[in-house]
Design a protein around this ligand. Sequence first.
Ligand code: ATP
Ligand code: MG
Length: 266
Amino acid sequence: ECIGIDAGGTLIKVVYKERDEHLYQTFLSNEVEKLVKWINEWHPNAKLKITGGKQENISKLLHNPYELIDEFEATTIGIKEVLKRADLYLPEKYLLVNVGTGTSIHSVLGKNSERLGGSGIGGGTLMGLSYLLTRQKQFEEIMLLAEKGKRTGIDLKVRDIYEGDRSPINGDLTASNFGFLERMTGEELQEDILACLVGMISEAVLMIAMPFARAIESSTIVFIGSTFHNNALFKKQLQRFEYLFELKLHFPFNGQYSGAHGALLY
Ligand code: ATP
Ligand code: MG
């Protein structure tokens, strides 16, 4: 019996097989004792295949036999399994953007993959700035609020600058995230602030990723990472750019388990 574990900065993702079926589990990285208890209780003899930044940390807490697997390799191996299971058939070449605590960008070409870059702007940024701006700490609560929020009057759009005049780019684009100081009253609603924050992070991630997609001559971008888990708003914000920039964006089901799937397969 083998268990694939992707121990990230925020969440520990677990994939294993029982009676030919894949089963999934998630634990918080700061509640690692729950993972240890679960393994000791239910899988004391399983071989653990561990990837992610906290892999060594976890291997030391368990008595199981284990193997450590490179995070980027695991992710790019696992994405193939995730795509297959999601019935998603993509071109041979695409850009893979993992929006975890931080963001990591990879090119995938058939069996080959390469890490091209990354950014500190990711899901952790969403959590940290949400806390600083609104004192909210729960991911689900933050996203529920953000879904209800509006961005007008906090974000400055191109059309807010050009007013009635004709602008050289789409007036609906953000000219300045959180830039509408002139309109701010200090009475901004939490839900509106959080909607702007999700907007800023999705726009920043897309703008960071896009030149990499151009560089590898691909218009297909696959987004994974738990930041997109149960997160229609993030997807919607990003999908606004598909038409504008001639991109095809994908958010495969269970994408956040790519690393754990890859580790299990390794
Ligand atoms: P990294 O790969 O950067 O080390 P990670 O693998 O832990 O980090 P993911 O699990 O892919 O990263 O994503 C973490 C992000 O997912 C969080 O920063 C947050 O935005 C979001 N998230 C989704 N669900 C939760 C949750 N229940 N608790 C905390 N964050 C969550
Ligand atoms: Mg990760």
